[in-house]
Every structure is written in C-alpha cells, then in structure tokens.
Design a protein around this ligand. Structure first.
Ligand SMILES: Nc1ncnc2c1ncn2[C@@H]1O[C@H](COP(=O)(O)OP(=O)(O)OP(=O)(O)O)[C@@H](O)[C@H]1O
Length: 366
C-alpha cells in the first residue's frame, strides 16, 4: 500500500537559493492516493523529473516532507521505499536473458527460485513477453526492452507504486497506444499506485484517472481530463490542454463595460461586476475555441472580427481570426467552406472563464 503525501515540499538545486526562481519545485502540498492512476503533465523544465526523483528517493528534497502512508521517508534510499521507477530509456542487463532480467529484482532479495519462476512467468504473460523469455535482452527491439524494464518493476510483490518517467519516448508511435493500453490493464489488475510523467496531453488523458498539471515548479491543477478541459484552474492549463488551447484576452473595466483594448465585450452583468471589483490589474477572460460561434450579421452578443483563414480539418473547421489585433482560434462544426466578412463572433457566456493573476475565479452561472 502506498499513499504518497508531499507536505510543504520544495526543492532547489542551489545550496543558497536567492529567490523563487532558484527553485525547481516551489512549495507544494499534494496527495497521491493508494491505487490511483495518475499523470504528471507539463512542459520541459517544469520540474516533473525532479518531483519523481524526490518521490522515488533518488533525490532528497531541500525543504518539506515526503510521507508514505503517513511515515516520513525523506532519508530512505530508493531500495527501501518499495517503489519501482521506469525511465525514458530501458534499464536492463543486455547480456542476460529476458527471464533473468525479470527474475533479477527477486533474486536480488534472495527470493527462493520456486517463488521466482511463477512470478516471472505471470509478468511475462501480462506483458506478452513469454515467447522471448530465453532471448538475450540485447537482441530485443526498443519497445520489447521497455516492456522488460516495466516487468522488472512489476515482479516484486512488495512494490506499491510505480513511477514512469516518459516511458514511451523511445517507442514507435504505432506501438505507443498498445503499451499504454497494457499499462492501463496492469493498473486495473494490480492494486498499484501509478504516476506517469509526460509532456503529452493525449498520453496523460488516456492513461490517468487524474492529471496533475505542472508549471513553473508547481502543480497548478489536479483534476480529471474533463475538469482540465472544462474548468482550467490556471491560464497555463487552458493554454496547454486542448487542441488548440484556450484563447485569452487581457481586459479592463471602463465606464461600466468590460473592454478588450478598444473593443467592448458583451458579457453579462455578473462578469462585468467581477472585473470591476477585481483586486488586481492582471485580469483575463478565457474562452475555448469550441465555444466561439461565428455569423455574418451582428447581434447584441457579438463582436466584429477579421477573418485570417479557415482550415478544413475533416470533422471540424479551424477558423483563425483577429480581434483587437490579437489572433484567436475557433473550432467550427464541419461544413464551413469559407467565412466572408463582415464576420462576427459570439463567445458563449457560460464558457467564459475569468482569470485574476492567472488563476480561475469561480463564477456561479445561473
Ligand atoms: N541536476 C540538476 N542541477 C541543477 N538544475 C537542475 C538539475 N536537474 C534539473 N535541473 C533544473 O530544474 C528544473 C526542472 O527540471 P526537471 O528535469 O525536473 O524538469 P522536467 O519537467 O522533468 O523537464 P524534462 O521534461 O525536460 O525532463 C529545470 O530548470 C532544470 O534545468
């Protein structure tokens, strides 16, 4: 069993950090519940590997605590944490057979051979490695090697969490979905906490029940793939999740109106009031491309736009347009062959997010 709690955790690679920029992980509290399938998603350099290495024990955090089932493990080395880690590149012994590679972690713990054999065969069966058991690992393909790497984590009965650090990087695209499905199957079969690090939103949402989105050394949102899409808690999540990401407008309040530059926006009175009383001047409205509609005649709820181009992407069309000199994207249902000017866009009121200092402000839509 492993519930992994991060308490007041922060990490700086510098011995004398001068400010928050010197931290790879900024102060965070987080709980990974026992048996969950999680993804840790974020761009390169946001601190994903640092966080994973702190959980596995390869790195000691400079501040805060890591707790496994309530016990502080900060100083425990990886081998005493009952955690397996699968890296981008397979970690296997090339000169050993697949069988011996899978048996290695068990033999290393002096497990008797009569218990090693059934476990190795069970794991080989799940990972479809049985026909390769007697092969030398050096003769395997990249995806077979990565499966052996995963298998080495799975053979140990004492492993209660597996951490995957971009495990499909070296795998052919057409095999990726197969391995991802396999991982999901393994998660369902064994009651293991799994944390899967990736910078690919599709990979994260097909594997995980809940995704932690990291940005600038912090988890800015922890939610289901649907929550990340429907209610991005931070502008970065809006921009990073979705294809294309959310459109954002820097807005102000002038003479009772919400303004995007010189353009008044036809938003409801509740939103206008919130913008008027905001405690910061960093105010943004976010709207996903899916919730913008376009027409050729104006209504009280539309704004005039300049059409840039329309791409037919099969099941939908992607319109690029400019408003107040800024580029926007709108996902329109298929069937639009062209959009002529004059053109007007309507932002669905229910789907406009208000962001103050980059964080979502909850609005109770009537
Ligand atoms: N050993 C180290 N010494 C100093 N700085 C480091 C070290 N490892 C990582 N960093 C820095 O810490 C920050 C977070 O890096 P980290 O590798 O955790 O990010 P990541 O999200 O895993 O990125 P990637 O997807 O590229 O692996 C980066 O600014 C990186 O340059």
């Amino acid at each position: 069993m492993a519930e992994i709690t991060l308490k007041g955790l922060a990490h700086s690679y510098s011995k004398t950090p001068a400010g928050s920029d010197d931290y790879a992980i900024r102060q965070m509290d987080h709980v990974w519940h026992q048996g969950g399938a999680y993804a840790l998603l974020g761009p390169s350099g946001c601190g994903k590997s640092t966080l994973l290495n702190i959980i596995s024990g390869l790195l000691e955090p400079s501040e805060g605590d890591v707790l496994f089932d309530g016990q502080r493990v900060n100083e425990l080395p990886p081998e005493e944490r009952n955690i397996a880690q699968v890296f981008q590149f397979p970690v296997i012994y090339d000169t050993m057979t697949v069988y011996d590679n899978l048996a290695f972690p068990l033999r290393n713990m002096n497990t008797p051979e009569y218990r090693v054999d059934p476990k190795v065969r069970e794991v080989a069966d799940i990972l479809e490695l049985t026909p390769l058991l007697s092969r030398k690992a050096k003769n395997l393909t990249a995806d077979e090697k990565q499966k052996v790497s995963m298998g080495r984590g799975l053979v140990r009965d004492d492993v209660s969490a597996i951490l995957f650090d971009e495990p499909l990087t070296v795998i052919d695209p057409q095999l990726k979905w197969k391995l991802r499905r396999k991982l999901k199957e393994i998660h369902e079969r064994f009651n293991i906490t799994m944390i899967y690090v990736t910078h690919d939103q599709l990979e994260a949402s097909t594997f995980a029940d809940k995704i932690a989105v990291m940005y600038g050394g912090q988890v800015v949102q922890f939610g289901t793939p649907r929550e990340l899409f429907e209610k991005p808690a931070h502008t970065f999540v809006g921009y990073f999740i979705g294809s294309p990401g959310m459109n954002f407008m820097d807005v102000t309040h002038q003479n009772g109106k919400v303004m995007f530059g010189d353009q008044p926006l036809p938003v409801n009175s509740q939103l206008t009031q919130l913008v008027a009383t905001a405690s910061s001047s960093n105010i943004k409205l976010g709207i996903r491309p899916e919730f913008i509609s376009v027409a050729n005649s104006p209504t009280p709820n539309t704004v005039p736009i300049h059409v840039e181009n329309l791409q037919d992407l099969g099941t939908y069309s992607l319109l690029s347009f400019k408003l107040n000199g800024q580029l926007f994207k709108a996902r329109l249902p298929e069937g639009h062959s062209a959009i002529n000017e004059p053109a007007f866009a309507e932002f669905s009121d229910r789907h406009i997010g208000l962001y103050i200092d980059e964080y979502l402000v909850e609005i109770g839509h009537e």
